[in-house]
Design a protein around this ligand. Structure first.
Ligand SMILES: [Mn+2]
Length: 283
């Protein structure tokens, strides 16, 4: 059952109050979710960075319904870097409001006003809403600030936008990190959303993405997964040649689901089967 076409028509007639109503609904749902959200047993479709790629999002939603997935997990970075950002967020919020337990949205480093004021979202809101744009910017970022920071599946697959943070031993302590942070300031939260894997380092090293961001190596990764009995980590945040790359004996899978960056870009999704098997496939 896909409401894709019907929602396209509805969205064409949206007025600012309708957008605010949708934001309110989703905020109410997000307020009840934990920072580390648990996904029960089922077939899960995992999506990496979207960055306003509405065409790929359409394919993802179609796949989710046609292939009878139980859960649809998005790893963040919904906005910035081009047009159709409001549309992408509206679709995500529409489905989140409709299927709150099956659609899971976690936070990326672009779901932060400090970043999305500069990389495109603020400008798109200004063009689209003309007078109410400052209010819309505040309200969208208010909802983004309530997004969970990571997800853990029934079979111990840890899903996060960035990666392993230095200074976090027990993943359950993610639930005690401050919630409703408008700008991402907490050092652990920042690293969860910003860190990148690195094949040639052991533990942690500074990352040129900016202050407080790190690269994590194989030892850091293995300590983290063994302490928390994690089988795999699925993350996003970086674009690779074929849309994905694996690290650390294929136990870390990095996926990217946006074709916004180039005409010939590859986008992939991750699939976690009910058997526990993990696959990456083009979308
Ligand atoms: Mn990112």
């Amino acid at each position: 059952m896909s409401n894709w076409e019907s929602f396209s028509e509805i969205l064409e007639h949206y007025i600012p109050q309708d957008y605010l109503h949708l934001i309110n609904n989703v905020e109410g749902i997000l307020e009840k979710e934990k920072n580390l959200i648990f996904i029960p047993k089922g077939k899960i479709l995992v999506v990496g960075d979207l960055h306003r790629d509405l065409t790929t999002l359409y394919k993802i939603i179609t796949k989710f319904f046609q292939e009878n997935f139980d859960y649809l997990l998005f790893l963040g970075d919904y906005v910035d870097r081009g047009a159709k950002q409001v549309e992408v967020v509206s679709y995500l919020f529409f489905y989140k409001a409709k299927f709150p337990n099956r659609i899971i949205l976690i936070r990326g480093n672009h779901e932060d006003p400090f970043i999305n004021q500069v990389y495109g979202f603020f400008d798109e809101l200004r063009l689209k809403f003309k007078i109410n744009y400052r209010e819309m910017f505040k309200r969208y970022n208010g909802a983004f600030s309530k997004l969970p920071l990571a997800a853990l599946t029934w079979n111990r697959i840890f899903c996060v936008h960035g990666g392993v943070p230095e200074g976090l031993e027990d993943i359950n302590s993610i639930n005690s990190l401050p919630t409703v942070q408008k700008c991402i300031k907490n050092p652990i939260t920042k690293q969860l959303l910003w860190n990148d894997p690195h094949a040639r380092i052991k533990k942690f090293r500074g990352n040129n993405r900016g202050p407080g961001t790190m690269h994590f190596g194989k030892e850091a990764f293995e300590d983290f997964i063994s302490q928390n009995s994690i089988k795999y980590i699925i993350r996003s945040h970086e674009k690779f040649r074929n849309g994905f790359k694996t690290f650390f004996d294929d136990k870390l899978i990095s996926i990217f689901s946006s074709k916004s960056y180039s005409k010939h870009g590859s986008a992939v999704v991750g699939v976690i089967q009910k058997s526990g098997k993990v696959e990456v496939m083009p979308i």
